[in-house]
Design a protein around this ligand. Structure first.
Ligand code: BDR
Ligand code: CA
Length: 324
């Protein structure tokens, strides 16, 4: 199996991503790093450990960065540490829950911080390792900045983040990138093979209460937990006026894992040159794509998925979770 490291700000959809990766026979998850994002890093770490306990997994969990690389340093640019209210409970903006609906656990994270573990592990790896970051890019950006030699040991990086025509945190920015725009820019300039799984793709992959019912019918603990998380997210999304029509919710982070397992779940994937707006202005955190028809433009630095196949995504999740 392919060796992967997950980097998460768990979070309902992060939880689905972790469960999917742990169950996929094609992947060997060698570690999970937590990061500040949906909640402060202590809570995203706790939630990650709850998922680990649910799965009876022995994968080590490393606690990552508490603050973005730069973004909170300028007064007024980001309101303190930016978190997403309601991401644990699914009832967005109303119930400010801190934990996923999973039992508490005594499991603890490893003593080593995520960034030093990442550097150490990558430098000493016998084979190249794939990274799947589905939260703000802080840990990966900091690791690359601290020791750029790690780049040679990275097979590829599949990121849930960014948006072209679809955004969710400001009119121009997706949440993971908005929290730490500089870190994604470091990753994009690193020379690694990078795939962005943006909101344009994830918002085409709405899962519904019917999908949740199919999962529940599988009759195992993992599928049951995922069914509950999907139902919660569906409730949250249905509160947004512009989402009501969909009767479902995107499970963003799980699409990044599925994209590694079967790249054809993403459709219309194009090599593009992407830079992140780090100006602190109105478009702060925007993934700016150079789609001009010119030959004198900068070389592509990533693959950007403009669309994705909902039915394939739903079928993949059901197949993988049947193993739970
Ligand atoms: C991303 O933001 C987080 O809240 C989700 O977990 C996902 O990674 C979507 O914008
Ligand atoms: Ca996430």
């Amino acid at each position: 199996p392919r060796k992967v490291i997950l980097d998460v700000d768990t979070g309902t959809d992060d939880a689905v991503a972790i469960i999917t990766a742990l169950l996929a026979p094609e992947l060997e998850v060698i570690g999970i790093c937590s990061v500040n994002g949906n909640r402060e890093v202590k809570l995203t770490t706790d939630n990650t450990l709850r998922v680990k306990a649910l799965m009876g997994s022995d994968v080590p969990v490393y606690r990552g960065c508490e603050y973005p690389m730069v973004a909170t340093l300028t007064p007024g640019r980001k309101p303190g540490i930016p978190h997403r209210e309601g991401e644990m409970t699914g009832v967005r903006s109303l119930v400010h829950g801190d934990h996923l609906p999973l039992p508490e656990t005594d499991l603890k994270e490893e003593p080593e911080p995520a960034v030093t573990w990442l550097i150490d592990t990558l430098l000493h790896a016998e084979e190249k390792i794939t990274l799947i970051p589905v939260g703000p890019l802080t840990n990966i950006g900091m690791a690359i900045r601290a020791d750029p030699r790690i780049v040679e040991h990275i097979e590829e990086i599949i990121i849930m983040g960014g948006g072209y025509l679809v955004n969710n945190t400001t009119p121009m920015a997706e949440y993971n990138v908005w929290v730490d725009p500089e870190s994604l820019e470091v990753v994009l300039q690193s020379g690694c093979k990078v795939t962005l799984v943006p909101l344009d793709a994830t918002h085409e992959c709405y899962l519904t209460v019917e999908d949740a019912a199919d999962l529940r019918a599988l009759g195992n603990k993992a599928a049951d937990a995922v069914a509950t998380l999907i139902e919660q997210r569906t409730k949250g999304y249905s509160m947004d006026a512009d989402m009501k029509a969909y009767q479902g919710a995107p499970i963003h982070d799980a699409l990044a894992v599925c994209a590694l397992l079967d790249p054809t779940v993403l459709t219309d994937v194009r090599p593009v040159c992407c830079h992140v707006d780090i100006s602190g202005g109105y478009a702060d955190g925007q993934t700016c794509l150079d789609l001009r028809a010119r030959i004198d433009k900068e070389e592509p630095n990533c693959f950007f998925a403009f669309h994705a196949d909902r039915d394939k995504f739903a079928a993949m999740l059901k197949n993988i979770l049947a193993r739970g």
